[in-house]
Design a protein around this ligand. Structure first.
Ligand code: PA5
Length: 454
């Protein structure tokens, strides 16, 4: 994080004295993190350790059904979709669905239907062979309109096509153990189901069956994912704040926000990590974007996440990052060792402006471009930091997911807000229910009807 500091980027950066000045706040945040974990306020912190049976159940289920299905379709949204996409894209072949089943290790293709755009779901149904498709309905609350309406559509289609009895084996549910509509439905219908632990909220649920089942269904080693998260948990306990990755991430972003850095750019230099950006965007935005602090004061805090991809977005966004307003923190995510190496042929040696590339590799080119972009930002006095993965695998992915989760919790403590609720999202959900005439939402409907006309 040198490039976050004033010594490197000048006035746009953070001075060590600013960190020292909030020492009391940092200590209080550290204590709150420990207390909340001990008192059941952060159950997601223990997911690396308490899921041995869950992992075995998931792996057994996958083994028992994978030969029967060519496609596995996630019906979920937000925290019930972004993690499964991110993990699958990071670990598996970038064209996974285009490989043969044998090339996919015998596992089905993965699709995630996370929107209610009618064109998309209808189009997906056109490419699926329902006889060979397993649908995973994922919803913590069991009431999300997008997911539950998709479920209702799919259930009807499956029953019409396959008959009610056979259709049951084509639906697997991931939801709360007790609450919501999906649990009683799953029990009554006899669907196979997995549990999202009660104390784990949507965007913190990737390391529960929400993410573990879709990952295992694509041949991903979920025990390693959890082991990586556990490893990061240890790093995040480091007492020296400057060596504690989650604490430093949170502190620097918190102090950055105080200086008007209202944008958090995440820029991996690996296509495999592109969708980690989507997952991070939800985590950071939905957790930290809050109107009220814990004392009821109106604060309107948060940072707008922006997803970028290196080197692609060097040719679209980096001009802004290097020379635009100093209202951003750019987080580069680099990779030491890519899964493959690609040589650039030694041709056009007689054209110096091309010949210099010959004999080099794309690996060196992308890594050099990352360093060069870091330098351009440094020169422009733009605060940035870099996270480097030795390579992208289940273990390192588990680490980075867990790192961002702990950093988010820590930033929430520093901001003195509740990072684990989402009243703004609920407002929109409730307004939808009211507009649709859902029973129990009459008061909300009256409130809506009284709004000024557009
Ligand atoms: O983080 C959250 O809580 C939300 O983004 C949810 O994941 C999202 O709204 C979907 O909710 P559910 O899993 O209850 O269907």
């Amino acid at each position: 994080f040198n490039h976050m500091m004033t010594a490197f980027v000048g006035e746009s950066g953070i001075d060590e004295s600013q960190i020292a000045a909030i020492e009391g706040q940092i200590e209080a945040a550290e204590k709150a993190m420990v207390d909340k974990r001990a008192n059941g306020g952060m159950d997601w912190r223990d997911l690396p350790y308490n899921q041995t049976e869950v992992v075995a159940d998931i792996n057994d289920y996958v083994e028992s059904v994978k030969d029967d299905f060519d496609a596995f379709v996630v019906l979920g949204i937000g925290g019930s979709a972004l993690g499964p996409i991110a993990v699958q894209q990071a670990i598996n072949h970038p064209y996974y669905n285009e490989l043969s089943k044998e090339q996919r290790g015998g596992y089905p293709k993965l699709y995630v239907a996370d929107n209610v755009d009618p064109e998309k779901l209808v189009s997906l149904l056109e490419v699926l062979d329902l006889e060979k498709t397993l649908f995973n309905v994922i919803t913590k609350s069991g009431s999300t309109s997008e997911t539950m309406s998709q479920f209702m559509i799919i259930k009807k289609i499956l029953e019409e096509k396959l008959g009610a009895e056979k259709a049951k084996n084509h639906i697997v549910c991931t939801t709360d153990a007790k609450n919501g509509n999906l649990r009683p439905i799953a029990d009554q219908e006899g669907y196979k189901s997995f549990i999202i632990p009660a104390g784990v909220g949507g965007r913190f649920s990737e390391l529960t069956p929400v993410g573990l089942l879709p990952a295992a269904m694509c041949g991903i080693n979920i025990a390693e994912l959890l082991a990586g998260a556990g490893y990061m948990d240890e790093l995040c306990k480091t007492e020296d704040t400057f060596k504690n990755p989650a604490a430093m991430y949170a502190i620097l972003h918190y102090l950055g926000m105080k200086k008007g850095k209202n944008i958090s750019v995440i820029m991996p230099y690996a296509d495999t990590l592109k969708f980690i950006g989507d997952w991070y965007a939800q985590l950071w935005a939905e957790s930290l974007g809050k109107k009220f602090d814990n004392d009821g004061n109106v604060v309107h805090v948060g940072q707008t996440p922006v997803r970028a991809l290196g080197a692609t977005d060097q040719h679209s966004q980096v001009q802004l990052y290097a020379e635009g307003p100093k209202d951003k923190i750019i987080v580069f995510v680099g990779v030491d060792q890519y899964k493959t190496s690609l040589n650039i042929p030694k041709i056009y040696g007689d054209i110096p402006s091309l010949g210099f590339l010959g004999g080099e590799t794309h690996n060196k080119l992308i890594q050099t471009e990352q360093m060069a972009t870091e330098y351009a930002l440094l020169k422009g006095g733009q605060a940035n930091m870099t996270i480097t993965l030795p390579e992208v695998n289940e273990f390192t992915l588990g680490q980075i997911l867990y790192l961002f989760e702990v950093a988010t919790g820590f930033a929430g403590e520093l901001l003195n807000i509740n990072a684990f609720d989402q009243p703004g999202v609920e407002e929109g959900k409730n307004a939808t229910y009211a507009m649709f005439g859902r029973p129990g939402y009459e008061k909300k409907k009256a409130e809506l009807d009284a709004r000024p006309a557009k």
